[in-house]
Design a protein around this ligand. Structure first.
Ligand SMILES: *Cc1c(COP(=O)(O)O)cnc(C)c1O
Length: 384
C-alpha cells in the first residue's frame, strides 16, 4: 500500500486554500457561479421580477402564517407539501383544467424542479436538448447532472425550427427536451401544435418551461392543454415572475402523476420548509391580488416595444415581461452607460442584444431617459 501523501490543501491554512487547490471535478474548473449581478442601483430591470411588492394586507397575512408555522418549527415539514400542491392545482384549474395535487410537484423555485427532472430523467449517457438562445441555466443543470447537452439553434426570428428539431431528435434520441415558452431571453412563444409534434416525436420527457406564461398575449394557450394526451409532457411554472413572489422561492410543475413520483424519488428529504409552504399558500389564497399588476406590466412591455422601435432599434416579438432589443456593435458599452445612470438591465442573449424587464411606469421612464442620453452613441453602435 502506498503511503497517503497530504495534498496541497492539507498543507495550507484553511483561509489560504484556493479553489485550484481542491480536488474539484475537472468540468467545474474555471466555472463561475451563475447570476446576474446583484447591484444596489435605483432601477433594477435585470431579472424579470414583478416590481410591485405585496399589499399591506398580504404582508400581514404572510407574517401571521409565518408566526403560526413557527409554533411547529421543532418538527419537519410535510414532506409531500400536499396542501400547497392542492392550492397550486386549484390555481392552474382556473384555466379550465382538472388537475389534482397528484399532478403537481413543487420545489424551491422552478430551478430546483428542473434539476430534479434532470436527476430523474437525464444524467450520464443521457441527452438533454434545448433551443438557444434560451435560458442560461439549462446547460448548467446538464453539467451538474453529467448529462450530454445538445442544442438546436432557433431561426433568425427566434422561433423554433421544427424540421431541424425533428431531425436532431431522430439523430440524438434525447431523454429530456426543454422548450422555454415564452422563451427567456427572447420572449418568443412556441405554439401548441409545435409542442404537440415534439411530444409525439420522442419517448423522452418534453418540458415546457412556462415561467412567463401569465404574461403571454391574450389567446396564447398554455401547454397545460396538452397534458391529458401526452404523458411525457411536463409543464414547469413559477411564482417568481407574474406572481410577484421571487423571494418566496416556489416553483412547480404539472404533469402525469408518474412524473411527480419520479421527482419524489430524487428530491432531498423535507426540501420545502414549513415557512415556504405556509407563506406560498397565503400568496396562492390571494392569487388575484398577487397577479393584479400583470396587465399593467404587459402594457408597459408593449409600450416599451413601440418606443424602442421609434428610436430605430430592433426588438424581438415578446410574450414575456421583458424585451430583447438591439443590435449594438458594443452592447457592453450600452449596458454600462445605462448602469452609470442608475439603470440595471441584463447583458444576455445573442451578441449585440440586451434584455430589459418591464417595470413600473417610473422605472420605464428612467430607462427611457437614460437610453436617450446615450442614444446618439448607442445608435452609432447599431449594425444597420
Ligand atoms: C426566472 C425563470 C425561471 C424561474 O426560476 P425560479 O427558480 O422559479 O425563480 C424559470 N425558467 C426561466 C426560463 C426563467 O427565466
Amino acid at each position: 500500500m502506498s503511503a497517503v501523501r497530504p495534498g496541497v490543501a492539507a498543507q495550507r491554512a484553511a483561509a489560504d486554500v484556493r479553489l485550484a487547490d481542491l480536488p474539484l471535478r475537472p468540468e467545474l474548473v474555471g466555472e463561475e457561479p451563475y447570476g446576474a449581478p446583484q447591484l444596489d442601483v435605483p432601477v433594477c430591470l435585470n431579472v424579470n421580477e414583478n416590481p410591485y411588492p405585496p399589499s399591506p394586507e398580504v404582508i400581514a397575512e404572510i407574517a401571521r402564517a409565518a408566526a403560526a408555522a413557527a409554533g411547529s418549527m421543532n418538527r419537519y415539514p410535510d414532506r409531500e407539501a400536499t396542501a400547497l400542491r392542492a392550492g397550486l392545482a386549484a390555481y392552474l384549474n382556473r384555466g379550465g383544467y382538472a388537475l389534482t395535487a397528484n399532478n403537481i410537484w413543487a420545489a424551491n423555485g422552478s430551478n430546483e424542479v428542473m434539476i430534479q427532472l434532470m436527476q430523474a430523467f437525464a444524467g450520464p449517457d443521457r441527452v438533454v436538448m434545448t433551443f438557444p438562445p434560451t435560458y442560461s441555466m439549462y446547460p448548467e443543470y446538464a453539467r451538474d447532472t453529467h448529462s450530454r447537452y445538445v442544442t438546436v439553434p432557433r431561426r433568425a426570428d427566434f422561433t423554433l425550427d421544427l424540421d431541424e428539431a425533428l431531425r436532431q431528435i431522430r439523430l440524438e434520441q434525447p431523454d429530456l427536451i426543454i422548450v422555454c415558452s415564452p422563451n427567456n431571453p427572447t420572449g418568443t412563444s412556441t405554439d401548441l401544435s409545435t409542442l404537440r409534434t415534439l411530444c409525439e416525436a420522442t419517448d423522452g420527457i418534453v418540458v415546457a418551461d412556462e415561467a412567463y406564461q401569465e404574461f403571454a398575449r391574450a389567446g396564447t394557450r398554455s401547454a397545460l392543454d396538452l397534458l391529458p394526451d401526452h404523458p411525457n409532457l411536463v409543464v414547469s411554472r413559477t411564482m417568481s415572475k407574474a406572481f410577484a413572489f421571487a423571494g418566496g422561492r416556489l416553483g412547480y410543475l404539472a404533469a402525469a402523476p408518474a412524473v411527480v413520483d419520479a421527482c419524489r424519488i430524487v428530491r432531498l428529504p423535507y426540501h420545502l420548509s414549513t415557512i415556504t409552504q405556509a407563506v406560498a399558500k397565503v400568496a396562492l389564497d390571494h392569487a388575484d391580488e398577487m397577479l393584479s399588476r400583470v396587465d399593467d406590466l404587459r402594457t408597459e412591455r408593449d409600450r416599451l416595444v413601440g418606443w424602442l422601435g421609434e428610436q430605430g432599434l430592433r426588438t424581438a416579438e415578446t410574450d414575456a415581461n421583458f424585451v430583447l432589443f438591439g443590435r449594438f456593435v458594443d452592447r457592453h458599452a450600452v449596458f454600462r452607460g445605462l448602469l452609470d445612470r442608475g439603470v440595471l438591465i441584463r447583458e444576455v442573449g445573442p451578441d449585440g442584444w440586451l434584455r430589459v424587464s418591464a417595470g413600473t411606469p417610473d422605472e420605464m421612464a428612467a430607462f427611457r431617459t437614460a437610453l436617450l442620453e446615450i442614444l446618439p452613441d448607442s445608435l452609432r453602435m447599431t449594425e444597420e
